[in-house]
Design a protein around this ligand. Structure first.
Ligand code: PLP
Length: 478
């Protein structure tokens, strides 16, 4: 692929957009400039390829395609069928899964599809059976009342939020926390690691319908074989949300006990994080759950987004190439270089390191809240996000942690030397930041004071680091 073709594609696209609403074209240009200039360490972000991005900007966006491949509620879906089938085939082959559903619009949606599929599969509800066999209009009000009662107050056991779990794993701000009676398993207070014996005890006591594995901010491998054994011992369905680490599964960094696909009954993912695809979600499962999963739209999803499924097909094809294995390996090597570099300079990390794509800095070691640290880093050109740490003394808003991840910088070409240099920049900023005070003299959890000159100096060093690794080097917008 010539860089010329990519430049031409984007220049032409911006010219066409700019002729209608120049402010949008300008914002798109500005976004590329911002992304090129920032040292992006947000663990859930990446840079999709031009081919993936371009696959989304076309007339597939105009097509309605409710239903599944070959069985649509709209006419004229033959080309949507082609891209949906391709995306599903690539997903199945890439992850070694019997079935793939590629319609979810996001990770949250993928989880909702999976929750519904498990409920429908597991709950002995005569009314539900009738509701699925017959047209919904045939059910009476009394039937619907019975259905709600039969679906019951089901239980889910997932990782606690402050140990790295996700809101969609049964927490109150998300509908999963309202649908399910949720209990969490945390991590060992000494080591910060999942204690599988405690998970087993919690499962025995709570007897969940769903045991949920997966995380947003846990810096270690998870042994999915053990979690499956625990699920089996209490008759739970074992679900894994691999949104964060799907790229490491695809790239064969997580294999054997650490690959969720052979162990879980159902696996969900996003496609845009370490997997480096378009924003979206997917569900993988065995053939037993496939029929329920296929009900995702219209059960919990709006019409599928064919343009995004086209982009998923492109990105998943990319992830099946041998160089993706190299990419995934470099993500982890880079995260370890960053973690080692931070610790060598005195930073405290949750679990003392990482074996995936992210690390969690406990910034109480610098006397800061996560909020103060996040802002001071941002002032210095380093983009991260604050994150709760286990038993966080500052709660979920201010937090005591900074989450850093390497998928994006690895896509840019950064290696371990640059991640070590990045650790130096982060440590410099955090050790030169102090907590600020409120107007009444009390300690603030948000205000901070950065030593004079640090933001400019570090910002310049960050920018120098990035210069050697241009983002989308082939794209010149002129
Ligand atoms: N699941 C996990 C583990 C996540 O980390 C996230 C996103 O942060 C999601 C689900 C939700 O993904 P989305 O933002 O695409 O809905």
């Amino acid at each position: 692929m010539s860089g010329n073709a990519e430049s031409t594609a984007y220049r032409s696209a911006l010219e066409v957009i700019g002729a209608v609403e120049p402010r949008v074209a300008n914002a798109i240009r500005a976004e590329l400039a911002d992304q090129r200039e920032s040292l992006k360490l947000i663990a859930s972000e990446n840079y999709a390829s031009p081919a993936t991005l371009l696959a989304m900007g076309n007339w597939f966006s105009d097509k309605y395609a409710e239903g599944t491949v070959g069985r649509r509620f709209y006419a004229g879906c033959q080309n949507v069928d082609t891209v949906e089938a391709l995306a599903a085939e690539h997903a199945r082959e890439l992850f070694g899964a019997p079935y793939a559903y590629v319609q979810p619009h996001s990770g949250i949606d993928a989880n909702l599809v999976a929750f519904w599929a498990v409920l429908a599969d597991r709950i002995e509800s005569p009314t539900l059976k009738r509701a699925q066999a017959r047209h919904v209009n045939d059910l009476t009000e009394a039937d619907w009342f019975a259905l709600r009662r039969e679906l019951g107050n089901q239980r889910m056991l997932g990782m606690s939020l402050d140990a790295g779990g996700h809101l969609t794993h049964g927490f109150r701000p998300n509908i999963s926390g309202k649908m399910f009676d949720q209990r969490s398993y945390g991590t060992d207070p000494e080591t910060g690691l999942i204690d599988y014996d405690r998970v087993a005890t919690a499962a025995r006591e709570f007897k969940p319908l769903i045991l949920l594995g997966g995380y947003s901010a846990y810096p270690r491998k998870v042994n999915f074989r053990i979690l499956r054994e625990i699920a089996d011992s209490v008759g739970a369905t074992f679900m894994v949300d691999m949104a964060h680490f799907a790229g490491l599964v695809a790239g064969k960094v997580f294999t054997g006990d650490f690959d969720p696909v052979p162990h879980a009954h159902i696996v969900t993912s996003t496609t845009h994080k370490s997997l480096r695809g378009p924003r979206g979600g997917l569900v993988l499962c065995g053939t037993e759950l496939a029929e329920q999963v296929d009900r995702g739209c219209p059960m919990v999803l709006g019409g599928p987004l064919p343009h995004v499924m086209a982009a998923k097909a492109v990105a998943l094809a990319e992830a099946r190439r041998p160089d993706f294995v190299d990419y995934a390996g470099r993500i982890v090597a880079n995260a370890q270089a960053l973690a080692d570099g931070l610790q060598r300079r005195g930073a405290k990390l949750v679990t003392g390191g990482t074996d995936n794509h992210l690390a969690l800095i406990d910034v109480t070691g610098y006397g800061l809240t996560g909020r103060q640290a996040e802002q001071a880093l941002l002032d210095s050109g380093i983009v991260t996000n604050r994150n709760a740490i286990p038993q966080d003394p500052n709660g979920a808003w201010y937090t005591s942690g900074i989450r850093v991840g390497t998928p994006a910088l690895t896509t840019r070409g950064f290696g371990t030397a640059e991640l070590d240099a990045t650790a130096e920049l982060i440590h410099t900023v955090l050790s030169r930041t102090s907590p600020g005070t409120n107007a009444d003299g009390t300690a603030s959890k948000a205000k901070y004071v950065l030593d004079p000159g640090v933001a400019d100096r570090v910002g310049k060093q960050a920018s120098d680091l990035l210069t050697g690794f241009p983002l989308y080097p082939a794209i010149d917008l002129g």
